[in-house]
Design a protein around this ligand. Structure first.
Ligand SMILES: [Zn+2]
Length: 334
C-alpha cells in the first residue's frame, strides 16, 4: 500500500522513476521533471530555459549517476514553457530523441511565432469579454517577457493517443488528456499502476484550464474546462496507485482528489449562474464579482476560469452568449 506522498516517491524511485525538482521563475514554484532509469535513459519534462534550471538539472542528474549528455529520450507532457524550456539545450548536448503528442509537434517546433499568435488570441479574447484594454496589453507585455524561458522543440517521436512506448523494463502508454493545455499527455505504467500526469492533476492547486487556440490551428477557442472535466473523468476511472504530478507532491488517492475538484467546479458553476441570472454579465464582471480586482498577471487565468464555467452553463442550455459585436455578455435563458 502507498499511503503517503513520501512512500509514493520511494516506490517510484524503486521503479526507476526519480523526481527532479527544477526551479522556475514563475509563481508556481519548482517544476517536477522525472528521470526514468531505463533503456532508453529518459527525462520527462525539462524545466524552463534558464542557467539556474540547467545547473540544477545537471546536479540532480549527477546524484543519480548521469549527466545531460547521457539522455537518450526526452518526453514532453505538454506545451508550457516551465516543462519544455530546456529541451533544445538538452538535445544539443545529448542528441536525445524528443517524444510528444504528435498533434502538438508543429506548435512546439514554431515556439516563437506560436507564442506571439497565442498572445494576440488572448488579447482579443480578453477585450471581447470586457477586460479593459490597458490590462489586456499589460498582460501581453508580461507574457512576452516570459518568452525567454521557453524554446522550440523538434519532436522526433510524435505520439498518438493510446500509443504504447516500450522500454527495456516497462511499457508506458501515452494518453491524451487535454484541458489544462490542449496538448496535455499522461503516461501510464499499467503494471506498476503509476501514472505520470504532469499538470493534468496537481495535489495542492487546481490545474487552470487555460483557454487557448486549438492545436489544429482552427480559429475557434477551446472549451478548456469542458474538455478538462471530461479528461478528469477518464483519469478517475484508472486504477492508479500513484499519480506523479508536474508540481508539488505525488497523489495517492486520485479518485478523492478528482471528486473534490469536480465538486468545486460544480459549486463555482452555480455561483456564476446566480450572478448571470440576476442580470447579464460580461466575463470580466463575473471575475470581478468573484475575486475583486485581481493582479494583472491573474486576469487571464480568472477569465479562463469564468468562461470555462459559462461554457458548461451554455452547453446545459441555461445561459446564452449575447454578442453586441464588441463585447459578449452572458444572459440566463430561463
Ligand atoms: Zn502547465
Amino acid at each position: 500500500m502507498t499511503d503517503t506522498p513520501e512512500q509514493a516517491l520511494e516506490q517510484a524511485a524503486l521503479a526507476g522513476i526519480h523526481c527532479l525538482r527544477i526551479p522556475t521563475p514563475f509563481a508556481v514554484g519548482r517544476v517536477n521533471c522525472y528521470l526514468l532509469q531505463d533503456d532508453p535513459l529518459t527525462l520527462i519534462d525539462t524545466g524552463p530555459n534558464s542557467g539556474k534550471a540547467l545547473d540544477e538539472l545537471q546536479q540532480q542528474l549527477a546524484q543519480h549517476g548521469h549527466s545531460i549528455d547521457d539522455l537518450e529520450l526526452v518526453i514532453l507532457t505538454h506545451q508550457h514553457i516551465d516543462h519544455v524550456g530546456l529541451v533544445e539545450i538538452i538535445v544539443q548536448h545529448s542528441g536525445a530523441e524528443v517524444a510528444a503528442l504528435g498533434l502538438a509537434a508543429e506548435r512546439l517546433a514554431n515556439f516563437g511565432e506560436d507564442a506571439e499568435r497565442e498572445d494576440r488570441f488572448a488579447v482579443e479574447l480578453m477585450l471581447r469579454n470586457g477586460i479593459p484594454e490597458e490590462v489586456a496589453h499589460a498582460l501581453q507585455t508580461v507574457s512576452r517577457s516570459f518568452r525567454g524561458w521557453g524554446a522550440r522543440a523538434q519532436v522526433t517521436r510524435p505520439l498518438e493517443d493510446g500509443q504504447a512506448m516500450p522500454f527495456s523494463n516497462r511499457v508506458l502508454q501515452a494518453l491524451h488528456r487535454p484541458g489544462h493545455s490542449p496538448s496535455d499527455t499522461v503516461f501510464w505504467d499499467a503494471e506498476r499502476r503509476i501514472l505520470i500526469a504532469a499538470d493534468h492533476l496537481i495535489a495542492h492547486i487546481s490545474s487552470n484550464p487555460l483557454i487557448t487556440q486549438p492545436l489544429d490551428g482552427s480559429p475557434e477557442r477551446t472549451q478548456a474546462l469542458v474538455t478538462y472535466i471530461a479528461s478528469l473523468q477518464k483519469t478517475r476511472e484508472m486504477p492508479a496507485e500513484i499519480v506523479l504530478s508536474g508540481h508539488g507532491e505525488p497523489i495517492v488517492d486520485h479518485v478523492a482528489l478528482i471528486d473534490d475538484r469536480l465538486a468545486k467546479h460544480e459549486r463555482r458553476k452555480e455561483k456564476i449562474y446566480r450572478l448571470i441570472a440576476e442580470r447579464p454579465h460580461t466575463g470580466y464582471e463575473i471575475a470581478q464579482a468573484l475575486w475583486g480586482n485581481v493582479a494583472v498577471t491573474q486576469a487571464f487565468l480568472t477569465l479562463s476560469e469564468v468562461i470555462g464555467h459559462a461554457d458548461l452553463l451554455v452547453n446545459e442550455g441555461r445561459v446564452r452568449e449575447l454578442d453586441d459585436g464588441e463585447v459578449i455578455h452572458y444572459e440566463a435563458t430561463g
